[in-house]
Write a protein that binds this ligand. Structure first.
Ligand code: CAA
Length: 297
């Protein structure tokens, strides 16, 4: 297998943009692709802000940051971006039909040797592999939010993924500074998100049944368990839409009532308040993304 030199990320949202800059910082020629120019420009602005802050704080040098931006391109032209890529990391919306369409396109547009990975933690790659002609090169490569900070990366193959593919993806994750968690067989949510889901489900239930306010449940997680954030704060960071769609995707795969999103999560999702990215979720945020107060839910 050819060494990975060029990385393409599909989607410039919260995850995609940071996966892209982490790959560029690690020395890979990187493209971030999105269908929306506005989304790309928002991604570029945020990445520049974050990198400027890192330089200011002495966490990175200006030279390293400039070199990373020189290796990074943001584009709406997917066909051109993937034409010479060695791997694609898809980080588009958590929707199986959209992902299958994207994987079919990527299969046509990218070189035969290219690996096609998805950042999804709930849509396992065996559900995408048959949309391509290269199931042995399809797998999950799952990062955590915020990708610039969180060290973990779960790597998961289906029955059809080759060992060679998994090794190449693990090596890439290590080169990107990540700790690899190899998940030995597919299960929606993999390891970390299943642990997280157990806490989130219990938190939503405690709140919904009136045992405590969501602020107090967050305080308990932070002050009693030393979690860096409470489960409601974390939902706002990850996105209420993502938290909701993850449950829906799990239900679609398991058919179990327990997998369904809880009614309070569904209500929040339907209100269109998706958390930090829309300025309001469980909490209200100012323009800089600082938490201002609990929202009136
Ligand atoms: N992007 C990049 N860097 C960020 C960031 C972001 N969104 N938020 C914070 N940081 C970095 C910055 O370097 C920041 O330092 P500066 O403010 O000096 O620039 C530093 O982290 C510390 O940030 P804060 O002081 O604002 O707050 P904090 O100490 O609480 O750290 C946190 C923030 C790193 C997000 C921390 O609260 C944390 O680890 N929270 C838990 C995150 C978590 O559990 N993530 C997993 C989610 S599950 C998932 O991602 C899977 C999925 O499938 C969706």
């Amino acid at each position: 297998m050819k060494d990975i030199e060029k990385v393409t990320v599909i989607g410039s949202g919260t995850m995609g943009r940071q996966i892209g800059i982490v790959a560029a910082l690690a020395g890979f020629t990187t493209s971030i692709v999105d269908i929306s120019e506005d989304a790309l420009s928002a991604a570029k602005d945020e990445l520049h802000r974050r990198m400027d802050r890192d330089v200011e704080k002495g966490r990175r040098t200006r030279e390293d940051v400039d070199a990373a931006f020189a290796r990074l391109s943001l584009t709406t032209n997917q066909a051109e971006a993937v034409a010479d890529t060695d791997i694609v990391i898809e980080a588009a919306v958590e929707d199986i039909d959209i992902k299958r369409k994207v994987f079919a396109q990527l299969d046509e547009q990218s070189p035969k040797h290219a690996i096609l990975a998805t950042n999804s933690s709930n849509i396992v790659s065996s559900r995408l592999a048959d949309a391509t002609s290269r199931p042995e090169k399809v797998c999950n490569m799952h990062f955590f939010n915020p990708v610039l900070v969180m060290k973990a990366c779960e790597v998961v193959g289906s029955d059809q993924t080759s060992q060679e593919t998994l090794e190449a993806v693990e090596n890439l994750a290590v080169a990107m500074g990540k700790d690899v968690i190899r998940v030995r067989k597919e299960i929606p949510g993999f390891v970390a998100n299943r642990l997280l889901a157990a806490i989130r489900t219990e938190a939503l239930k405690l709140y919904q049944d009136g045992y405590a306010s969501f602020e107090d449940i967050d305080t308990a997680a932070r002050s009693a368990l030393r979690h860096p954030m409470g489960p409601f704060e974390l939902m706002d960071l990850v996105g209420i839409d993502v938290a909701y769609l993850i449950r829906k995707a799990e239900y679609d795969q398991t058919g179990e009532e327990d997998s369904l999103p809880s009614p309070v999560l569904e209500k929040m999702y339907n209100s269109g308040n998706y958390g930090k990215k829309t300025g309001q979720g469980w909490y209200v945020y100012d323009e800089q993304g600082n938490k201002v107060r609990p929202s009136d839910v």
